[in-house]
Design a protein around this ligand. Structure first.
Ligand code: SF4
Length: 403
């Protein structure tokens, strides 16, 4: 672990600590979070326990289940690639997309993990994020500070400033008016795009179906308005049945706001109709092609390791909103896609210990994250282990290790 990485992290954290706007944004988000998650119904917690036990049981057969899901999705008319590495995933997407396209894209931590937007732009495409928070980050070249509320560090004043500067917004500093301006801008992009890229919250192996949970309706539109839909997701999200997948969607949304999701979308093939003489004709109203990339990138090898229990994570983000460090320093405590204590663990799985080591030093070890985790992941203990390993390596590099 190089000292350079530690210095870089220190610089980012110091400058984040001085960012008054980010602190205001995070404080406001925290207040709203505390009010909205005081009571989570027992029936949701029962579902959470079911999901936790199921995911613990599935951890050692993720690849088999991914293959079962891939076969079922292909039977349903989708093209599927199981990508073992980041490069394989990017190759699979570019094979479908090519260059010179207008692409709309919904929020997905897997696409952040592989740097998909930057890669597609580098290959000569125009890419637009359709989730409002991601769109603000795209315009301001920012990094996500949370799995779900990606722009929790951007207060309304910051959103106004970026929309004025980058979108030419001339309206009042009024949130509904700003949201309407973004909606108009993005609707035009969605209607003209040749490709829509989406993610998935869970994948059902038996039915070969993708489950997406959302509130903005941008995922639905991104996946169905352009003629081609590419779904980029990961193998740890595959569960045996559609009912299991929907339970994950429900738990995930309740954990963050104490409310049901506005939309749960199920995609199990390209759009089509059999309304005339019961003959299948594609497309109907939605995408005519659906391509799916199921990413491994370290997950299957982590299953039997110290980090294995991390694979139960459903990325609800409850632990992140509870974390006193993350909600102070924001996205500076992260590796792009993954931030906070749970982010240290995902970074170790997807990028290795070298990258995760310096990030582990920011964990205060208070353990509050664990109280909020519906999957009972021992986040603090695991981060502590990474910190211990990183320290041992650093001592060795500095020549101060015990002989
Ligand atoms: S570690 Fe637990 S609380 Fe945090 S995102 Fe994952 S499932 Fe949610």
């Amino acid at each position: 672990m190089s000292e350079e990485r530690i210095m870089d992290l220190k610089r980012r954290v110091y400058s984040a600590a001085k960012d008054e706007g980010a602190r205001v944004g995070m404080e406001r988000t925290m207040e709203a979070f505390e009010e909205s998650t005081l009571h989570i119904d027992e029936y949701v917690m029962e579902m959470a326990r079911y999901v936790r036990d199921l995911k613990a049981e599935l951890r050692n057969r993720m690849l088999d289940l991914a293959m079962e899901a891939a076969e079922a999705m292909e039977r349903n008319g989708m093209d599927v690639v199981i990508a073992h590495t980041r490069k394989e995933a990017l190759d699979a997407v570019i094979d479908v997309v090519g260059t010179g396209k207008v692409i709309v894209k919904s929020k997905s931590m897997i696409s952040e993990e592989i740097g998909l937007r930057e890669y597609l732009e580098g290959m000569g495409n125009e890419v637009w994020e359709t989730d409002l928070g991601e769109f603000l980050l795209q315009l301001s070249r920012g990094r996500p500070s949370h799995f779900v509320v990606v722009s929790m560090h951007v207060p309304r004043e910051g959103a106004l400033e970026v929309l004025r500067r980058k979108l030419g917004y001339r309206g009042p500093p009024d949130v509904p008016r700003m949201v309407a301006a973004v909606r108009d801008f993005l609707r035009e992009k969605m209607l003209s795009a040749q490709v829509g890229i989406t993610g998935a919250n869970a994948v059902a192996a038996r039915e070969g179906a993708l489950v997406q949970v959302e509130n903005e309706s941008n995922v639905k539109l991104t996946g169905s308005l352009p003629p081609i839909n590419v779904v980029v997701t990961s193998i740890d999200k595959v569960v045996p049945t559609l009912l299991d997948a929907i339970k994950i969607a429900i738990v995930e949304s309740y954990m963050l706001g104490g409310t049901p999701p506005t939309f749960i979308d199920v995609v199990s093939g390209p759009s089509g109709t059999r309304d005339i003489e019961h003959r299948l004709v594609r497309p109907a109203q939605g995408a005519k092609e659906v391509h799916v990339v199921l990413l491994d990138n370290g997950r299957s090898s982590a299953a039997g390791s110290l980090l294995g229990e991390t694979l139960r994570c459903i990325k609800c983000g409850a632990c992140q909103l509870a974390c006193p460090v993350l909600t102070t320093v924001g996205p500076s405590w992260g590796s792009g896609a993954y931030m906070g204590g749970i982010g240290v663990l995902w970074t170790a799985i997807t990028k290795g210990f070298e990258e995760a080591g310096p990030l582990s030093y920011l964990c205060a070890g208070c353990g509050i994250c664990e109280e909020y985790c519906p999957m009972d992941i021992k986040i603090s203990d695991l981060v502590w282990e990474i910190k211990r390993m990183a320290s041992a390596k650093l001592e060795e590099e500095l020549g101060v290790a015990d002989s």
